[in-house]
Design a protein around this ligand. Structure first.
Ligand code: BMA
Length: 323
């Protein structure tokens, strides 16, 4: 696809995308996409990928790489399989994980979609190493997905960002708080889908976990445009106050990244870029964004946090929740 040369390219695609696809998998499956990301203590990049099997049910599988680009070692068997006997909400699979490292617990928290026979819910699990996992279980009711924890408590409470599915009034991003990660409350709407012709009309959701910067929590969120030939999943930016994460400081009007490459345009679900994870370079600025392409493979795009913030300064404005 030819792109308009006047568009600023904030996220640059890796040249050998897709970086992971079915051909890299050590066991029978259908597709690998929407992987979470984190940097382990030794600098290894770990992607906890959503793998869809040949029944249509998803599980999670870890892939590790020294440089975060190539040379991936994929776990020889599924890393985390649904456990519907003990967690019935996982009957139809585990999807779209997000990883947040929690220094207080010295563990990684994984927020994932558990697909129950009555709809998708948000579930949480903790792990020190991506070998042993401790499930907290379902923390919301259906439909709810696109969730991530913030890395630390705010005013003594853990913070969960998530996206309950709305009705004719749209699907919007909410925040909830908890003392113990099991019982969640103080729910508040924090960002609305727009309406009408907008690229992010009717349905939005958090993509990777919020990125902590000196200026605030930087959100890369997805917006869904419904068209006569299906949905288009694109990405936009917003910035939230560090101490009051209900307060949106800036939100950009335009999308900054959308399906362009063949592996993003065509797959099991066409026209989808769907990041669930990022890593940041040693300079604290280089951003590696890992995303699913067309629900079929994994891509990588790189950017600079400074440039994303500068774009928001130039193009963003405070968001009005009462619109
Ligand atoms: C959304 C997500 C993703 C997926 C996208 C496009 O609802 O749950 O699993 O990438 O749809 O199919």
């Amino acid at each position: 696809m030819l792109n308009n040369s006047h568009n600023q390219v904030l996220l640059k695609r890796e040249t050998n995308n897709p970086i992971l696809s079915a051909a890299d998998w050590p066991y029978s499956m259908n597709t690998v996409f929407n992987g979470a990301a984190t940097l382990l203590q030794d600098g290894t990049t770990l992607l906890l990928c959503r793998v869809e099997d040949r029944r249509g049910i998803s599980h999670l599988c870890a892939a590790r790489s020294k440089n975060g680009v190539d040379g991936w070692t994929v776990d020889p068997e599924p890393t985390l399989l649904p456990d519907p006997d003990n967690y019935p909400e996982e009957q139809w699979g585990m999807e779209d994980p997000r990883i947040t490292y929690l220094p207080e617990l010295e563990k990684y928290a994984i927020a994932y979609t558990a697909y129950s026979t009555a709809g998708a819910v948000v579930s949480l699990a903790l792990t020190p190493d991506f070998h042993e996992f401790e499930r907290i279980g379902a923390v919301t009711t259906p439909w709810d997905k696109d969730a991530a924890l913030l890395p630390r408590r705010i005013n003594g409470l853990w913070v969960l960002i998530h996206r309950p599915m709305g009705n004719e009034l749209g699907s919007h991003i909410w925040i909830s708080y908890s003392q113990d990660m099991v019982r969640w409350g103080n729910h508040k709407l924090i960002m609305r889908a727009r309406k009408g012709a907008w690229w992010d009309a009717n349905k939005i959701g958090l993509s990777p976990p919020p990125i902590e910067t000196e200026r605030g929590w930087l959100y890369i969120y997805h917006g869904v445009r419904e068209t006569v030939s299906g949905s288009i999943y694109r990405l936009g930016l917003a910035l939230f106050d560090l101490d009051d994460p209900t307060r949106c400081l800036l939100r950009g009007d335009e999308w900054i990244f959308g399906p362009e490459e063949p592996f993003e345009l065509k797959g099991d679900v066409d026209n989808v870029v769907f990041p669930c994870g990022f890593t940041i370079g040693p300079d604290n600025d280089a951003l590696n964004l890992y995303y699913g392409g067309a629900d079929t493979s994994m891509g990588l795009a790189r950017g600079s946090i400074k440039e994303l913030l500068a774009w928001l300064d130039a193009k963003g404005k405070p968001d009005d929740l009462n619109k």
